[in-house]
Design a protein. Sequence first.
Length: 410
Amino acid sequence: MDYDFAVMWNGASFAVRWLHIITGIAWIGSSFYFIALDLGLHKADNLPEGAHGEEWQVHGGGFYHIRKYLVAPKDMPDHLVWFKWESYVTWMSGFAMLAIVYYAGADLYLVDRTVADISTTTAIIISLASLGFGWVIYDQLCKTKFGDDNTRLMLFLFFLLVLMAYGYTQVFSGRAAFLHLGAFTATIMSGNVFFIIMPNQRIVVADLQAGRTPDAKYGKIAKQRSTHNNYLTLPVIFMMLSNHYPLAFATQYNWIIASLVFLMGVTIRHYFNSIHSRSGNPTWTWIATAILFVIAMWLSTIPRTDPGGEAVSLSPRQQVFASTAGFEAVAQTVQGRCSMCHAAEPVWEGLIAAPNGVLLENEAQIAAHAYQIYVQSGVSHAMPPGNLTNISIAERQQIVDWYKAATTGS
């Protein structure tokens, strides 16, 4: 990656990440609101024909009177608001992030040759195929008699997610495995909106406009998929943020930790859904969540028995960085200024794992993280934090010159 283009690429990553967060908040917010609204509806004596329930709410200095029709109102409203682009843009921006960070930077972020010695092309193909595989299996199962029992279906979905968690951690780096598990789940969620919920709603609207009585089955199917999305949301948020928590993704039992995260998401959502539906106050869910979290914390502290911290063979691109003039000086700087934190066993007080799982203890690891070193310590002064190890301006310039030479061949 050319040294100027590297900065532009980092800017693109920032812009897409920001878009992903904004649209994700919009999608999650509307999802949480409508599930809470749906669960809080109650019967009233004066409900019009076809209305299932109503609710009064107060917000922003005013009162809102909301009614829900399970199938459709008698007459088509003049103005109908559709909630779809929040989901679509969240998925598209998330996939763009996947391509920018994990596909373009596959040598660094996607492939971990201590986990699986595969090419970047193979890793990307596995990534793409797995996302499509998840949606097809889930969708087809929902359409069978097996899927008529929602509890049974959710148990199978959890089993599928555990299986994918284990599979991803056997193929990708720990960071990429968690990210892919989130993308796998988010693809199912957005697929529910694009392929099921919206088409079913369009059928109902078309029937209403044509003067036909809509079939209630379309709303029932859409409600099932919307409920699934509701319970999957919290684990997906964790997976999207997991790159900040190496004690989760870079540990011996990372796939079990990921599985526990899904259980915690279910227990937390069950509590709030129960509160919204006025069906009880299941405080046991918080106890269960706390126990699951403690188990996850304990698993994260078990030392790894694999050779994850050892040097491995470099890709051709990484070999260029290791053989470029100035590398020895840069390696000395990084080992002297950064490796006390970025180590398999950090010596900096208060750290028990390398930040973001990045190891910079030997020359192979330094060459493998050339882009990160250039952006974090060369172009910017983000690392070391607060310049705690007193890296000099001259040392930062050495990093820039080395990266420039490696990417331009000069």
